[in-house]
Structure formats: C-alpha cells, structure tokens
Ligand binder design. Structure first.
Ligand SMILES: Nc1ncnc2c1ncn2[C@@H]1O[C@H](COP(=O)(O)OP(=O)(O)OP(=O)(O)O)[C@@H](O)[C@H]1O
Ligand SMILES: [Mg+2]
Length: 373
C-alpha cells in the first residue's frame, strides 16, 4: 500500500511512482531508469520506509543476491557476401552487428531474468564500446566496473560468410581483454567481494584468473567459470580447488585435462570425474545436442537437451550457465538449477540471436513446464 505524503524529492516521487505502477520492479531496473546506482536506490527506498512513505514491505523485493560477472565483452560484425568471395579486392556484403563476449552474454541473460548483476570488463574509448556499455546499463546491469582502455579499441569478432552461408573467415581482435589485469581486480575488489557469486570466463588473462581464485580463499562468495574455448580453457590453473562449479564442454574439458585422442572418447562421467580430481567442487559438462551432465558435491546426474527446433547453437552454453546460476541464487536445488539451465539453452538455440531478446523469467518457466518430461 502506498501512502503519498507532500514534499517528496523528485527522485523519491519517481521511485514511488515506479513501484506503484509495478510493485515487483527490481531495484536494478529502477536504477537503470533513473540513471542512478542500485545502491543509491536501495538507500532511497530505505529512507522512504523509514519516513513511512512506503508501507508494506511486500512492495520491495528482499535483498537480492548479487552476481559479479568478470570477463570479455565484444562487438560482433557478421558480413554476408553477395557472391562468391574474390580475394585481393573489395566484395559487396550485407552487415549485421550484434553484442557478444561469453561473460557479457551470461550477464545479459541474467539481467533479462532480473538478477542483480555487475559486469566487470573493458571497452575501448570508441562508439562500439559505448554501445555495448549502454545496452547493458539499460538492462539494469551495474556497468560501473567496466574499464575504458586508453590505447586499445573495443574487442571485435568479425565473421565473413560467402553467398552459401559458409564461413570464409573469422577474425578475433581481442587484445584489449589482456588489460583486465590483476591490478584491475584489486581496484574493483570492494565491489567483487560483496558478491554472492562471481562468474568468470577464460577470456581473462591467466594471471587474472589466478588472482581472483587466490583472493576468493579469503571471501564468502562462490565462483563459477566458463572455459570459453579449447585454447582459452588452458588458462585455468592446475589446482581447481577454489572453483565451485566449472562449466565446460567436452572439447574444452579434454583441453584442460590434456587428454589424448583415445581418452577424448571417454564418456562424460569419466571426464567429469577427472575434472573433480583436479579439485573443483562441481562440474557441469555440456555436449551440444546430447545435453549435459552434472557432477556437483555428491550429486551426479545426466540431463538431456530439451530443444528439437534448433536455429542457432551459438550462445547455448552461455545461456546454460546464466540459467543455472540464476536459479541457485533463489535457493533452488542443483536439479532445479540444471533444469532451468537446460530450458534457457533450449530457448536460446531456438532463437536467431546468441542471447534471446524476448527472454524473461515468465517465458522461461512456461517453457520448462511445457517441455520437461
Ligand atoms: N544442437 C542442439 N540441440 C539441442 N540442444 C542443444 C544443441 N546445442 C546445444 N544445446 C543445448 O545447449 C547446452 C550447451 O551446449 P554446448 O555444449 O554446445 O555448449 P558450448 O559448446 O559451450 O556452446 P557456446 O560456447 O557456443 O555457447 C547443451 O547442453 C544443450 O542443452
Ligand atoms: Mg561455451
């Protein structure tokens, strides 16, 4: 119930109006709408309660669990040539741009599900960087920890497809991500250590991953890691005992374990057990259309892929991480988190985009209830 009193500041009045129109609005969404930090909104709401201007705590979400996502964000440009490629000259093409980077995708999925998420990454001092940051801010993500490089452009991934939609060439220009240094982590440490979960991707330099895992030992948050690619997975340290959940696909796992050709054919359970032997408290091992297996604590089970209407498989693993961790934040069981992860990855492979643009919690739960056998 709202009790409107006279002499409110403009911000207080706007917050009351927003809550009145949408009683379940998150603090992160209010912050994005007012262009203020979420912590400022939390303070304002507390003041409104203290002044009895807001009655009924039901209107205010309980203190949300916070996730800090640390890793790569990139600007993707896809060029489709009008005709067969001719090298050494200019080729007319159609250009489609999108936003990418594994941790950015994870953060976007989480924000669309109303998770309180902070993104720590780096952009160049350029238009594509500003666009990436603005989009995340507008989704309610805390972008205050995104650094701006003074000498490198925003990371880009460029893919050129021929007139038969076959990839001619992919170009990854990601040097800037090496500037997410251990020093940058130290500067953001007050922010990171107040998180409930920290999610990293292996776009980070090896020494930065190590730094976060070292610092984690003195902190209360949990850590999840997405290994990104076969080559970047090798940036993980040998000792994984500071990791709570390692999200990796079969090829990336083989790379971490340096499996030879024969061992690569081992079943998923054997590979997950070998990863557990490296110290991680949990593994979620994905295998495309074969689904995923979970090996966390004492829980070991297999989960099939849900989708049959595959449209674009890129971003499926990122979605699985986002769904899984978001669900754990609500206090759900590992099994429930696994189901939500599978549902979100299925919804993602059914969409053209690497992150589903119409995603919200309602769509996700409806999909799960229709598709889970
Ligand atoms: N072809 C597919 N059909 C159905 N489901 C799929 C398919 N590909 C992926 N998925 C779903 O997405 C999950 C993760 O997929 P995958 O193992 O391909 O991750 P990934 O290699 O990390 O992908 P990416 O890094 O591109 O996001 C799978 O466990 C499955 O639930
Ligand atoms: Mg992946």
């Amino acid at each position: 119930m709202l009790l409107i009193m006279p002499k409110l500041s403009k911000t207080e009045q706007t917050i009351l109006e927003l809550i009145s129109n949408d009683p379940l609005i998150s603090q992160a969404k209010i912050a994005a709408k007012l262009n203020l930090a979420r912590s400022t909104i939390a303070v304002q709401i507390t003041q409104l309660i203290n002044k009895n201007l807001l009655i009924g705590r039901g209107y205010i979400l309980p203190k949300s669990q916070k996730v800090t996502c640390i890793g790569g964000m990139a600007f993707n440009r896809k060029y489709s040539l009008n005709s067969a490629p001719i090298f050494g000259t200019s080729n007319p093409a159609i250009n489609i741009k999108s936003h990418g980077g594994v941790i950015r995708n994870i953060a976007e999925n989480m924000a669309r599900m109303d998770v309180d998420v902070c993104l720590l990454s780096i952009i160049g001092d350029d238009e594509s960087g500003k666009e990436l940051r603005t989009q995340m801010h507008n989704l309610g993500v805390d972008t205050s920890q995104i650094a701006i490089s003074n000498n490198k452009p925003t990371a880009e991934y460029i893919a050129v497809f021929d007139n038969n939609n076959e990839l001619v060439m992919g170009i990854a220009s990601m040097d800037i991500l090496d500037q997410i240094t251990p020093n940058l982590i130290e500067e953001s440490w007050p922010n990171i250590k107040s998180s409930d979960w920290v999610v990293l991707d292996c776009n980070l330099p090896q020494e930065t991953i190590k730094k976060i895992l070292d610092l984690k030992q003195k902190s209360n948050f949990k850590v999840a890691i997405d290994t990104v690619s076969v080559s970047k997975a090798m940036r993980l340290p040998k000792d994984l005992s500071s990791v709570d959940i390692l999200f990796t696909n079969k090829d990336e796992a083989a790379s971490i374990l340096a499996l030879d050709h024969i061992l690569k054919k081992s079943d998923l359970n054997t590979i997950a057990n070998q990863l557990r032997n490296r110290g991680t408290k949990g593994v979620v091992l994905t295998d495309g259309s074969n689904g995923h297996i979970v090996n966390i604590g004492n829980e070991v089970f297999t989960s099939p892929a849900l989708s049959s209407k595959v449209c674009n498989v890129s971003g499926a693993g990122d979605a699985l991480v986002a769904g899984f961790i978001s669900q754990l934040l609500t206090g759900a069981s590992i099994r429930e988190a696994s189901d939500i992860g599978a549902a979100l990855s299925a919804l993602t492979v059914e969409s053209q985009m690497d992150v589903r643009q119409d995603l919200n919690s309602k769509i996700l739960y409806e999909y799960l209830s229709k598709n889970l056998k």
